[in-house]
Design a protein around this ligand. Structure first.
Ligand code: NAP
Length: 277
């Protein structure tokens, strides 16, 4: 039933209309002169497996997975990378010609490479990292920071048990801090990351006091709507080096695009502009 030889890829979520991935991959296909299409697909959880099993028969070679399916795809995939298993979620699927689904998580890769591109002098080993939030994205960030060699991670989440679960999974380099004390952990940190959805358009503000931040600290917000969050604006005023969250979205897509379409794409200002279009 294969209908085309042009490679197809998709982002699957629900809702998915807001996703920037179609503009991003379409831009890379165009600038690299490649044939292919990348489309958004709004799929309900109960239909996810059937859709994923059908896509290869229709010429699809890869899928990005977004909210709310990132965890559920692990129950469906035939092969799962160690890092996706550790993080407990996948964002990238390779649909093999034999019908097998390979699941990976490139969020941590995107997180680290965004910071490295924006702040090449950043040294993760220079001191502790402080993480606000302990959801799915935090798991990818913690995993990537540990791999990058941070000596210690202080983590604080409104629901403390979720932060404690990260400590149980990732080990003793993590220390859990009460949410009401989250501001205190910033004093020690040389890297600070907001992994909560607070500060995003339509969500409440991030109310953690930032006066403990030291000048020169690397501050990253995973939220990228708006691009410059209040958190980043305040950190910048305090002399911190700030990195927005859009670059993480762009960099996490690099390994996926390369695996699906065979060319390693570049993340540059034109890529950012395409994603924001
Ligand atoms: P998630 O699993 O739903 O986690 C949400 C996090 O935000 C949890 O830590 C949650 O705390 C916290 N939170 C939500 N509302 C809160 C409130 N009112 N007060 C205090 N804490 C609150 O979501 P996720 O997948 O980790 O995503 C988190 C954010 O990262 C989202 O904004 C997402 O768009 C962004 N993100 C960006 C990228 C990128 O490429 N830049 C990639 C992935 C995610 P509780 O545990 O207490 O609920």
């Amino acid at each position: 039933m294969k209908t085309t030889s042009i490679p197809l890829a998709a982002v699957i979520g629900s809702p998915v209309a807001h996703s920037k991935s179609p503009q991003l991959h379409t831009h890379w296909l165009k600038v690299n002169g490649l044939a292919g299409y990348y489309i958004p697909m709004d799929v309900r959880s109960e239909d996810l497996e059937q859709v994923l099993r059908t896509l290869p028969k229709a010429g699809f070679i890869g899928v990005n997975v977004t909210i709310p399916h990132k965890e559920k795809v692990l129950e469906i995939a035939d092969q799962i990378t160690d890092r996706a298993t550790l993080i407990g979620a996948a964002n990238t699927l390779i649909l093999r010609p034999d019908g097998k689904i390979h699941a990976d998580n490139t969020d941590g890769y995107g997180f680290i490479n965004n910071i490295r591109q924006a702040e090449p002098d950043w040294d993760p080993k220079a001191g502790p990292a402080a993480i606000l939030g302990a959801g799915g994205a935090a798991r990818a960030v913690v995993s990537a920071l540990l791999d990058a060699g941070v000596p210690e991670i202080l983590i604080s989440n409104r629901t403390k048990v979720r932060a404690e679960a990260l400590r149980a999974d990732f080990g003793k380099r993590l220390q859990v801090v009460d949410w009401v004390q989250a501001g205190n952990m910033l004093e020690e940190a040389t890297t600070v990351v907001n992994t909560t959805s607070l500060g995003m358009i339509g969500k409440p503000s991030l109310r953690v006091p930032l006066d403990g931040l030291r000048p020169g600290t690397l501050v990253n917000d995973l939220v990228y709507t708006p691009l410059k969050t209040q958190f980043l604006a305040e950190a910048e005023e305090m002399g911190c080096r700030t990195v927005d969250g859009l670059g993480m979205l762009l960099h996490q897509a690099v390994p996926a695009f390369e695996r699906w379409f065979g060319v390693r794409p570049t993340v540059d200002s034109a890529t950012r502009a395409a994603a924001l279009r």
